[in-house]
Design a protein around this ligand. Structure first.
Ligand SMILES: C[S@@+](CC[C@H](N)C(=O)[O-])C[C@H]1O[C@@H](n2cnc3c(N)ncnc32)[C@H](O)[C@@H]1O
Length: 325
C-alpha cells in the first residue's frame, strides 16, 4: 500500500496492524518524522533504559542564546532551558529509532509546556499569566504514555517505509510496484501553513529544508493554458489545486499495478461565495488519466455558511474509489 500524503502515518500504521507492507510519503519533514516514529519497530526495554539514563543526568544550564527571539517568546526561560538540555541528551543517542522517539516526545511535551496557542494558520502567544507545567515532568509523562502505547500496539510482521517527498513526483518509487493507494490529499482552500510549526522546526528539525509554501497543493497558481473546468469559472487557487491533483493521480497510476486500486478521501472547498465540489471533478480527472471510477461515497456533509449565517451551500467529504485501467 502507498499513501503519498501520509501525514502522521495513520494509513501505514493501520497497514502494520494488518500485516501489510506500506510506503508513506509526505512533503513535511515534521509529519514524516511523526509517521516514522509511529510505524517503526521499537524495543520498549531499550527505550526504558535510555529514558532512565536520560533522566538521571544532572541538569546543567545550557546556552540558549542561539534561539530566535520569536521562539524565545513562546516559552518561559526555565522551560526553554530544560528543552535545550534534553535536546542535547537526545542528540547524543546513536540509534535513529530511539533518538526520533525521544525527539517526538520532547516536541510534544514542549508544546504542552509553552505559551503557544495555535489559531488556524497563526501561532499566538498566550497571556503570560498562564503558568505552564514543568517540562521535565511533562516530558517524562509523554515518554511513559508513548511507551504504554507501544506495548499495547498489535503489530503484525510487515514493513512501513516513510519518505519525505512530493506526491506529484515520486521518481524514487518504481512503476507498477503497489497493489493499492490509500490516501487523503490536502483539502482545497484549507491550506496547511508550515509557519505554524516554525518553533518545532527551529528547535527540533534545524537542518530540515521546508519550502512548503510553494510545494503544497494548489499554492502556486499557474493557470495559463489550462482549459479544464472553464465552465465552472474556478478561482485560480482551485484550478491549480485540480492541476496538482491530476499530477498526483498520474503518479499514483504509474506506481500501481494493473487493476490496482486507489481510495482517496477529499472534501469540498468552501469559498466566500460558494462551495466547490472536489469529488466529482476528481472523478473526471481520474477517468482522464487512466482510472475507472468505481464509487464515490459521501461520508459526511456540512452546511457551509458565510459570515456564520448565510447558507452558501453544502460541503461534502467523499471517498473516491477507482481502479487502474
Ligand atoms: C489531509 S493530510 C493527510 C492526513 C493523513 N491521512 C494522516 O493520517 O495524518 C494531507 C497531507 O499532505 C501533505 N502534503 C501536502 N502537499 C503535499 C505534496 N505535494 N506531496 C506530499 N504530501 C503533501 C501535508 O503535509 C499533509 O500531511
Amino acid at each position: 500500500v502507498l499513501d503519498p500524503f501520509v501525514g502522521v502515518g495513520t494509513t501505514c500504521l493501520a497497514c502494520r496492524e494488518l500485516g501489510i507492507d506500506s510506503v508513506g510519503v509526505d512533503i513535511s519533514p515534521l509529519f514524516a518524522l511523526i509517521a516514522r516514529v509511529k510505524t517503526r519497530d521499537h524495543d520498549p526495554g531499550e527505550l526504558s533504559r535510555t529514558r532512565d539514563e536520560m533522566f538521571s543526568v544532572r541538569f546543567e544550564k545550557p546556552d540558549i542564546t542561539g534561539i530566535s527571539p520569536f521562539t524565545r517568546r513562546l516559552f518561559s526561560r526555565y522551560v526553554l532551558e530544560d528543552i535545550v538540555f534534553f535536546r542535547e541528551r537526545i542528540m547524543e543517542i546513536e540509534d535513529d529509532a530511539s533518538r526520533e522517539f525521544f525527539l517526538l516526545a520532547l516536541m510534544n511535551a514542549s508544546v504542552k509546556t509553552s505559551y503557544i496557542y495555535r489559531d488556524g494558520a497563526v501561532v499566538k502567544v498566550r497571556k503570560k499569566a498562564h503558568h505552564p507545567p514543568s517540562l521535565r515532568k511533562m516530558f517524562r509523562r509523554v515518554v511513559n504514555r508513548m511507551l504504554g502505547d507501544l506495548k499495547k500496539a498489535e503489530i503484525k510482521p510487515s514493513r512501513a517505509s516513510i519518505y519525505v517527498g512530493d506526491a506529484r513526483q515520486l521518481d524514487f518509487l518504481e512503476d507498477s510496484s503497489f497493489d493499492a493507494v490509500i490516501t487523503s490529499p490536502p483539502y482545497l482552500n484549507k491550506i496547511e501553513y508550515t509557519r505554524v510549526y516554525e518553533p518545532e522546526y527551529e528547535l527540533f528539525l534545524p537542518g530540515a529544508k521546508v519550502d512548503a509554501i510553494r510545494s503544497y497543493l494548489g499554492l502556486a497558481p499557474k493557470t495559463e493554458g489550462y482549459e479544464v473546468y472553464q465552465d465552472l469559472a474556478l478561482p485560480p487557487v482551485a484550478i491549480s489545486y485540480f492541476q496538482d491533483l491530476r499530477r498526483a493521480l498520474t503518479e499514483t497510476r504509474r506506481l500501481l499495478k494493473v487493476d490496482g486500486k486507489v481510495a482517496m478521501v477529499v472534501g469540498g472547498g468552501v469559498f466566500p461565495d460558494r462551495v466547490i465540489d472536489v469529488d466529482l471533478p476528481l472523478a473526471q480527472i481520474a477517468e482522464e488519466v487512466g482510472f475507472e471510477v468505481k464509487r464515490i461515497v459521501a461520508v459526511n456533509r456540512r452546511v457551509a455558511t458565510t459570515r456564520r449565517v448565510i447558507k452558501i451551500g453544502e460541503s461534502r467529504e467523499s471517498l473516491l474509489i477507482a481502479e487502474k485501467r
